[in-house]
Design a protein around this ligand. Sequence first.
Ligand SMILES: NC(=O)c1ccc[n+]([C@@H]2O[C@H](COP(=O)([O-])OP(=O)(O)OC[C@H]3O[C@@H](n4cnc5c(N)ncnc54)[C@H](O)[C@@H]3O)[C@@H](O)[C@H]2O)c1
Ligand SMILES: [Zn+2]
Length: 280
Amino acid sequence: MQQITDICRRMLQAELDRHSFLIALGGGVVGDAAGFAAAIFQRGIPVVQIPTTVVAQVDSSVGGKTGVNTPEGKNLIGAFHQPDLVFADVSTLGTLPEREYNEGFAEIIKHAAIRDASLLDLVEKIGREKTQLTELITRNVAIKAAIVEEDERETTGTRALLNFGHTIGHGIEAAAGYGKMLHGEAISLGLVAAIRLSQKYSSLSNTEAQRLIAALELLRLPTQLDPGIDRKTVLQTLRLDKKFVDGQIRFVLLKSLGNAFVSKEVSFTDIETALNDLYP
Ligand SMILES: NC(=O)c1ccc[n+]([C@@H]2O[C@H](COP(=O)([O-])OP(=O)(O)OC[C@H]3O[C@@H](n4cnc5c(N)ncnc54)[C@H](O)[C@@H]3O)[C@@H](O)[C@H]2O)c1
Ligand SMILES: [Zn+2]
């Protein structure tokens, strides 16, 4: 919030007004902060997103969710503010450190899992080679944009499908301590758990499950939890998750590769078991 105040005050001091616009050049942190500043400056000015990380290009720059973190939690203060233009230049990805590059594929593999099985073919084909990036990014933006268009404010449940892998993933991310594990790395583990729960509670086949897990491994994303991350702390974080009502949660599962739905069948005990199975 302090950063947002500083940005807005500097814009006022530079005599920007409601006819001005903001350009967010950078990763998801810059995009979310600049988007939020644009949402509240003079009650809202246009924002242009120029994302420079895989995460920002395939995920955060599209969809209009903006906001900041507070000590109370991630993304609890924010606004929906759609960008007027998103300009993703894949050549910017060339300077990303390998870990940050790979991390973005957790969201890409998530997109394939929930909406587009054929996207997984492309991921398997290019692996960690930085080829066909324009096609890769374009297809991911199309998936994210289509889901957001169907349910912009997350009211009908369609947008909630984008949370696949994120319930357990967020718990792991928070328990590891923010900054220790990259978001995409924690989500990779959340995806593995959600994939296994999809086999148990829905019709996801073993072959499809193994394909998804192998794709995460191809991108050097973790599929086993570091025993240094305390199981009880993860469970405690998950238990505090406001999404649980009477021990039940709306949990995203896969019927098959490319086909996701929201289930009410998954209990806290199931999640506990899925978490245990992540440890070697
Ligand atoms: N709004 C949404 O819908 C949404 C979706 C997903 C994630 N997010 C948010 O996005 C943030 C994560 O975004 P991120 O993964 O882009 O992280 P980030 O913005 O922290 O960027 C990662 C690192 O890469 C550096 N960097 C950026 N572009 C670079 C480039 N081209 N070459 C070299 N280094 C570069 C950055 O300076 C930073 O150190 C989180 O805060 C998350 O909550 C938002
Ligand atoms: Zn995510």
